[in-house]
Design a protein around this ligand. Structure first.
Ligand SMILES: *[C@@H]1O[C@H](CO)[C@@H](O)[C@H](O)[C@H]1NC(C)=O
Ligand SMILES: *[C@@H]1O[C@H](CO)[C@@H](O)[C@H](O)[C@H]1NC(C)=O
Ligand SMILES: *[C@@H]1O[C@H](CO)[C@@H](O)[C@H](O)[C@H]1NC(C)=O
Ligand SMILES: *[C@@H]1O[C@H](CO)[C@@H](O)[C@H](O)[C@H]1NC(C)=O
Ligand SMILES: *[C@@H]1O[C@H](CO)[C@@H](O)[C@H](O)[C@H]1NC(C)=O
Length: 542
């Protein structure tokens, strides 16, 4: 078969992204580089509608994928380019949509993308953190949909998830997401793409946070640290803004650091912004340690942080857009060549447990594994009845884990001890099945032990192909988890525990306990509900 030159050319054009112009960004030590060895400083703009500073949702659970509508990209990309932008940050893209046209427009304009992996509904919730099969699918779907574009630098596994001393536990789940996303990239993408974290700046936890995400096994550690920082407002200085302290602190850090959001709008709102901090960010005082930053944000919205107003699909640049353009065109960060750069910093030590830090160093929640969860669910002899609603799960979890704590070792999670049940990453329904089955077996499969007023039912158990080994190793892990949480004694009695067992106490000593009477199958039994403490109960809130 013969191909004419023109058909080869159009085939190449159709392949589109394969012939993308922009060289991928790589990382070495604490710096980013183009492949040719020239250092890369991020000159970024946050580009997503209806995402409040810090990535907070504006109340809507719907999101607009900023890379899915070519008409909008045609309107905005030239304005980004004219501003001297070389990177945009997107907060939520839809992996089911096609991004070819927008990515090509950005590529042609010399603009890279760094994207958050979550979306408003599927994200790690600081008040009820999880890293489960559903989130894993969302994160890896986003990676798969963007990894084909050479102008994607990488991702954020979380944005201000832990934001103060009360919710440091959530960081364990974000770091597990970092580990698993990095592994997914390593196994599926043929080039380097980074996975980092975007943090707020909270005095109580900033040191522990930065160290935690950088410490330990580097396969689980972040590739870069993004700071959402608004401490330089209007006329300020390195010392007044605390930028000098950041430079000092991160001079020891072993991976790149940049501002994942900046652009304080005080004292005069977005239009009052004069961008002195931009000049500082690309000056010699900072470029040795910081790799640039991302201005928050492109769209002018109610929170008044915009550079551009959009009305009736028309974009109009604002005064502070022009101010930023002038400053951007005048900065000239002095760079280091990749070849001559020899990194010297090493990863931090993991922070110890303290009053303000509740996550054990190197012990992470398990990698979500849908096939293991399916194997387990198929292997149980007692499970939720088909009509059971998710809102009813909490009562059953509460009852069984109260009566028979060892039945729940396989789904429990504890960030301070670093003990996680092997099934703690399964869906709520699968976890309920596991717990019901454990309870049923602990009652020697007594006929009444799998009923719960019709909420549970006996099922035929089957161990699918390739399941045996997985189940055995999960079961071994769960025995270790039970031992580590002091539940093994109870488990080894083999009989029913009645909730007064001393070994059961640790799981229920924290938080308010409510003892209620519930009728199950005509029998009155004590129902322990550990409110907001208990996995199963809090899961319902999602
Ligand atoms: C390396 O590539 C970048 C981006 O294409 C370019 O701006 C820079 O001039 C190149 N450096 C060298 C030394 O060719
Ligand atoms: C911590 O953050 C949460 C969520 O943003 C907030 O509700 C809480 O008041 C904060 N607590 C402290 C002590 O700052
Ligand atoms: C940087 O590391 C050195 C050596 O470990 C240590 O002495 C110094 O205090 C660190 N500086 C900062 C700002 O953390
Ligand atoms: C985690 O385990 C520790 C030690 O057993 C215990 O004090 C703490 O209450 C547990 N935390 C949770 C959230 O269960
Ligand atoms: C309940 O638990 C206590 C403490 O482990 C034990 O002494 C007692 O025999 C148990 N009662 C029943 C009915 O299992």
């Amino acid at each position: 078969m013969r191909y004419s030159t023109s058909s080869l050319v159009s085939a190449a054009l159709l392949m589109g992204q394969a012939s993308a112009a922009l060289p991928p960004i790589v990382m070495k030590g604490t710096k980013f580089f183009y492949e040719n060895g020239t250092q890369f400083f991020m000159k970024g703009i946050a580009y997503q509608q209806e995402v409040a500073a810090g990535g907070a949702s504006t109340g809507s659970t719907k999101y607009t994928d900023p890379l899915a509508d070519a008409e909008i990209c045609k309107r905005d990309v030239p304005l980004l380019q004219a501003l001297g932008t070389n990177t945009i940050r997107t907060y939520a893209i839809d992996p089911t949509k096609n991004h070819d046209e927008c990515m090509k427009l950005l590529d042609d304009a010399g603009i890279y993308v760094i994207s958050d992996l979550s979306e408003p509904v599927l994200s790690i919730n600081r008040d009820d953190p999880l890293w489960n099969t559903e989130l894993y699918k969302r994160y890896t779907d986003v990676v798969d949909s963007l990894s084909k574009y050479s102008n994607v630098i990488g991702f954020f596994a979380g944005n201000e998830v832990t934001n103060n001393r009360t919710n440091t536990m959530a960081s364990a789940y974000v770091k597990a997401a970092v580990r698993d996303t990095k592994a997914h990239i390593k196994n599926n993408v043929k080039r380097w793409m980074g996975v980092g974290y975007a943090a707020n700046d909270d005095a109580d936890i900033r040191t522990d946070m930065a160290h935690y995400f950088n410490c330990g096994d580097q396969e689980s550690a972040i590739d870069y640290w993004g700071y959402n920082i608004y401490s330089w407002c209007g006329k300020s200085s390195m010392s007044e803004s605390g930028y000098d302290k950041q430079v000092e602190f991160f001079s020891n850090y072993s991976v790149p650091v940049f501002f994942a959001e900046y652009g304080c709008n005080l004292p005069d709102g977005a239009e009052g912004r004069i961008w002195d901090e931009t000049t500082a960010l690309y000056s010699d005082e900072m470029t040795g340690v910081f790799s640039g930053g991302i201005v928050y944000m492109y769209f002018q919205e109610a929170n008044d942080y915009g550079l551009v107003t959009v009305k009736n699909d028309e974009a109009t640049t604002m005064k502070n857009y022009d101010a930023l353009k002038t400053v951007m065109s005048s900065v000239a960060p002095s760079s280091t060549a990749m070849d001559s750069y020899q990194p010297t910093n090493s990863p931090a030590a993991c922070p110890p447990i303290s009053n303000t830090w509740k996550v054990k160093g190197n012990a992470l929640p398990p990698t979500p594994d849908t096939s293991l969860c399916d194997c387990m669910f198929n292997s149980i002899s007692c499970g939720p009845s088909s009509s059971l609603k998710e809102t009813e799960f909490g009562d059953i979890f509460g009852f069984i884990c109260g009566e028979s704590p060892e039945a729940c070792a396989g789904i429990n999670r504890n960030t301070t001890t670093g003990v996680y049940g092997a099934y703690s990453m399964c869906s709520a329904k699968q976890q309920l099945g596991y717990v019901l089955d454990q309870y049923y077996k602990s009652q020697n499969s007594a006929s009444g032990a799998c009923d719960f007023d019709g909420k549970a039912e006996v099922k035929s158990s089957s161990v699918g192909n390739g399941c045996q080994e997985k189940l055995e190793s999960a079961s071994a892990a769960n025995s270790v988890a039970a031992t580590a949480t002091g539940l093994d004694g109870a488990a080894s009695t083999g009989g029913a525990s009645n909730g007064t067992d001393e070994n059961a106490a640790p799981s229920f000593t924290q938080g308010p306990l409510m003892r209620r009477l519930f009728a199950f199958g005509g029998l009155e039994v004590g129902l322990y509900m550990a409110v907001a403490l208990f996995t199963g109960v809090t899961m319902l809130v999602l």
